[in-house]
Write a protein that binds this ligand. Sequence first.
Ligand code: GRG
Length: 358
Amino acid sequence: MANSPFNEHMRSLRAVVEAALAEELAKVVWPGSLKTAVEYSLMAGGKRLRPVLVLMANEVCGGKQADAIPAACAVEMIHTYSLIHDDLPAMDDDDFRRGRPTSHRVFGEALAILAGDCLLTLAFETITSPITNSGGEFSRQIAEQVRLLAAAAGGSGMVGGQVLDLEAERGTFLTSDKVRSQRPDEEKSGYRAGNSAVQEEAILKGGGHDPKDSTASISRSSENTSNPMAESCVVELSQIHKMKTGALIAGALELGAATTAVDQDSRSRLRDFGHRIGLAFQITDDLLDVTGDETRLGKKPGRDADLGKLTYPGLLGIANSRNKAEQLVQEACAAVATFGDRGKWLKELARFILERDH
Ligand code: GRG
């Protein structure tokens, strides 16, 4: 399995990403401390899932890989910035990330915040770099990529989802009793579901919830409980993660497609695939926080329970959460079936998300 064609392909795409990121960093002219802090987080390994998705989407759409590399780097820069900020004391207050002490533990809070800010802006510099490389000619395709990246990362995507997640943790709308009463008995001793308070109205009105969006029904169609109260909690949780984790993953796939001249139908199929694997990824992440191994994870498991987070295993139990993730991956694979054999790497990657141990 270690040398399967899929693993070989993943290794080669990751190597492309590592080299391209190193090349981007080599070009910057910044104060030394800032560069050191950015390099510390950006070059710390990581699965490189999102940039690999950009490259795979470009590949499945018949594009040239070189055209997708700036977008792939930009997505990973934004992802890394989000991890640095998410680990800060004002958010999750984590000590370890990617197997090393978190940025603020090493460089202090101020420099960690600035390293995150700098990665966010570097992402836009990088994605627009073909403009300068091509002698100043502004291409419509690059403008579209900038729009997609900003939408995935901003208030109707990742940042908006993070806000809803914080509100779910700290607020008061969804009472803790409502959540506590939904936990399956088998899990009660394992972890707290938390003092959850998702602001339902904000979720229903806001955050990229487009009624015409074919993925808007994901959470309901993948529902696995006959309890309406638990169902409503899971719907809210799915909406948070559709934005917080899913928007950048779906955005990566759509960005990959936008580096080619592929038709709209293929593009929306890739976005749909992304939303479904994004949710499956988050469910797996929640499961790993309960069942994962510290050495493989590169951070301590059990943080969700410590922080009182609302999670899928907390609401549905471990077995139902696994089934839900499995169902989402099947739906994702069906969405890209029209690509035929060219879609095989995407399908294998969807399975990898389900089976990952870190
Ligand atoms: C702070 C603006 C801001 C946003 C934070 C996505 C996010 C939003 C924070 C990450 C919190 C978290 C641990 C979410 C669970 C899912 C997730 C994104 C895990 C980390 O991604 P991986 O597993 O990490 O792809 P690597 O290190 O492999 O890149």
